[in-house]
Design a protein around this ligand. Structure first.
Ligand SMILES: [Mg+2]
Length: 333
């Protein structure tokens, strides 16, 4: 009798367990069904952030005549060459205001022109003295330059329509500009190709002093990078990707030592300044660029013959002047 009661109890328990498993399975199916019915992620969001252009290489890599040109179709579908310094807008289109990652009051995104892809060492740069400013490998005393230190570990390039004015001494660093567009270190996971233009979020800036010239290094991240939604300022980089800023600083401090040069220095107590300060540097270097255009040029730099042909320059200036903070020298730190 006891034995049969035990058998009944075990059978009942078995049924209960099976019932529970069936119920859990049903819930799981329901969840997946909801997932299947979710609207697909709109692909348009990603494509409108991107700067659509074609990259054309001339000559062979590693030779002095190698150039990377960027072409874009005009309204009549004919490809025209873009100047990477003058024709690419500084401000990138933002994501639609409905996207949760980019609320209406989000800071502007900027177009990053990649010169040197991460994990490579050839020193490519925008040729500011050539027509249409293509990218070429830099030369010193007739020799093509490479980083003797080794491969660079971040994507490196510049912001278009910016200029570090060598006639102007920065109040914050005490040195004049280096006569180049503003440099950018993109810390995303993906490698970006030479000549590619990507929308980035600005996170901070280092005040490097190289050969008694101010050579700002903006730290930024590709807006489509996996980390981008979590990084909004330099303190987020320090917290979530510790070591990144000091590795960048040490890279720039030491990269010329194998060429027999002394280590580079940094102003502002070597600090990586926050996003608002970096925005001030962008604002200043864009203003210097506008002054350069208005004053007709400087020592061999190649400027467009017709400034009115620069599409979106007024819009860039309007957004930069209206939405970015005052210049670093005027801002309260
Ligand atoms: Mg520079």
């Amino acid at each position: 009798m006891r034995e049969s009661t035990l058998q009944i109890a075990l059978a009942a328990l078995g049924i209960s367990v099976i019932g529970l498993l069936i119920e859990l399975k049903k819930r799981d199916n329901k969840k997946n069904k909801v997932k299947d019915n979710d609207p697909p992620i709109p692909k348009r969001q990603a494509s409108i952030r991107r700067y659509e252009a074609l990259i054309l290489e001339r000559g062979s890599v590693g030779s002095k005549d190698y150039r990377v040109h960027v072409l874009q179709k005009d309204t009549s579908q004919r490809a025209r060459e873009l100047s990477l310094w003058h024709d690419v807008p500084l401000v990138a289109p933002s994501a639609p205001s409905s996207a949760p990652a980019s609320p209406r009051n989000a800071p502007p995104l900027f177009n990053f022109v990649c010169e040197i892809p991460k994990c490579t060492r050839k020193k490519f740069e925008v040729a500011t003295d050539e027509t249409k400013c293509p990218i070429k490998q830099d030369e010193k005393k007739g020799v093509l330059r490479e980083f003797k230190k080794g491969d660079i570990f971040f994507n490196y390039g510049c912001f278009p329509r910016t200029w570090e004015d060598p006639r102007h001494v920065s109040k914050d660093t005490g040195y004049p500009g280096d006569n180049d567009p503003l440099d950018v270190c993109e810390i995303g996971i993906r490698q970006i190709g030479t000549g590619q233009v990507r929308a980035v979020k600005v996170l901070g800036v280092l005040a490097m002093i190289d050969d008694d010239e101010t050579d700002w290094k903006v730290v930024a991240i590709d807006v489509d990078d996996r980390w981008a939604p979590e990084l909004n300022d330099v303190e987020d980089v320090e917290r979530l990707l510790p070591g990144t800023i000091s590795f960048i600083r040490e890279w720039f401090r030491t990269y010329k030592i194998p060429d027999g040069k002394p280590p580079n220095k940094f102003a502002l107590e070597e600090r990586c300044m926050p996003r608002a300060y970096a925005h001030g540097v962008i604002r200043d270097t864009h203003a210097a660029y506008r002054d350069l255009l208005a004053s007709g040029g400087h020592e061999g730099l190649h400027l467009p013959a017709d400034i009115s042909s620069l599409t979106g320059l007024a819009r860039d200036s309007e957004i930069v002047d209206r939405r970015l903070p005052l210049s670093p020298a005027k801002a309260t730190l």
